[in-house]
Design a protein around this ligand. Structure first.
Ligand SMILES: [Zn+2]
Ligand SMILES: [Zn+2]
Length: 279
């Protein structure tokens, strides 16, 4: 098989404009760079609200992912609630993560996680699953659905990837790129390393920032009006990184992770090489 793209999962980051009138500190804490953005909280553990805007079968996969990421309540608690937006639009809701799906087209991505953060602190997030690909036999499997929901949900907590090479052996984590999520080992769920990472990210508290997040300040931010421009999230050029055109300047950063659909896997159909008995 020809050499494959190894970075099938790319990062897109955009800085979007906001008029917040100095409501937030303008100098980002060095410890809070975009790559370890996290939810602001005054105590641990804390609860992330996840809104379910899904239909069957996605709603079951979301429940599985929420259960997976609730295994260490001393770090993170998740409240799975009725969705506050709708699929496929997925308008973000401040202070929550909203999960959506839809036939977003053959635009290259299987799953998408977007996080709006203010000086590295997450204000809201969304995850979206692209049914255009999940309706195809190659991706319409429990293993692919589990991996994508598990990974995109975790991005909205501020978790990154363990490994970004698609063809190497699985690490047993949904935060590991894979061309065969079933494994073994399976890449459908978190592993201990993910928890170690989360514990590291959430070691410190943000009581000062909690105090600053007055309702008035948050209203002026109008985060819900800032939406991901899906038209900009098509297959990136070689190099794996696409830039969304800047919408202006401000203190809010919109960061988006994509899992790209792989044309080789699509062409393969439902059977993976590991699952196909040799004749
Ligand atoms: Zn912090
Ligand atoms: Zn990812």
């Amino acid at each position: 098989m020809a050499a494959k793209r190894t970075r099938s999962h790319v990062l897109v980051a955009a800085v979007v404009s906001l008029l917040i009138a100095g409501a937030w500190p303008t100098v980002a804490d060095a410890d809070h760079s975009w790559s370890d953005f996290h939810w602001t909280r005054g105590a641990n553990p804390f609860t992330v609200i996840v809104g379910d805007n899904l239909n069957s079968p996605w709603t079951d996969y979301l429940a599985t992912a929420v259960s997976d990421w609730s295994q260490h309540p001393e770090v993170l608690e998740i409240s799975l609630e009725k969705g506050q937006t709708a699929s496929p639009e997925c308008v973000p809701v401040e202070g929550t993560v909203q999960a959506c799906h839809g036939e977003y087209g053959r635009n290259g991505w299987l799953g998408l996680a977007s996080v709006w953060n203010i000086n590295g602190h997450i204000a809201q997030g969304i995850l979206q699953m692209n049914d255009t690909y999940f309706n195809e036999p190659a991706y319409n499997t429990p293993e692919w659905r589990n991996l994508v929901v598990c990974q995109e949900l975790a991005h909205t907590f501020g978790l990154g990837h363990q490994d970004e090479t698609q063809g190497n052996p699985n690490l047993g984590s949904c935060m590991d790129y894979s061309s065969n999520p079933a494994g073994p080992p399976s890449n459908e769920h978190p592993n201990q390393h993910d928890w170690d990472q989360l514990m590291q990210i959430y070691e410190h508290l943000d009581p000062a920032l909690i105090t600053m997040a007055t309702p008035g300040a948050m209203e002026r931010i109008e985060l819900s009006e800032l939406t991901v421009d899906l038209e900009q999230l098509r297959f990136p050029e070689a190099g794996g990184v696409a830039e969304v055109p800047s919408l202006g300047a401000g203190d809010v950063e919109l960061s988006t992770f994509l899992i790209l659909a792989d044309e080789d896997i699509l062409a393969r159909g439902a059977a993976t090489p590991e699952a196909t008995p040799s004749a």
